[in-house]
Design a protein. Structure first.
Length: 74
């Protein structure tokens, strides 16, 4: 016999208020504020990654130059 799930009418889904650890529903304004804050943080993280990428390129160039100088001594 095939296993069947119960139809939705047999059991109602718990509301967010009934689930442990779930916050109450946010208003549209609060959701927009949260989205804006996340977008700002994401942009800041992107800027940090770009800056760190530039630093890595600079460090790589320094390492290559040191390697070239060390190789010239032979």
């Amino acid at each position: 016999m095939a296993a069947c799930s119960q139809p939705p009418s047999c059991s109602t889904s718990p509301t967010p208020r009934n689930l442990p650890g779930m916050e109450l529903e946010l208003s549209a304004a609060n959701l927009l504020l949260a989205i804006h804050a996340l977008a700002t943080q994401f942009g800041s993280l992107q800027d940090q990654i770009k800056s760190q990428g530039k630093q890595i390129v600079q460090l790589l160039a320094i390492c290559k130059e040191i390697n070239n100088l060390a190789g010239d001594k032979d």
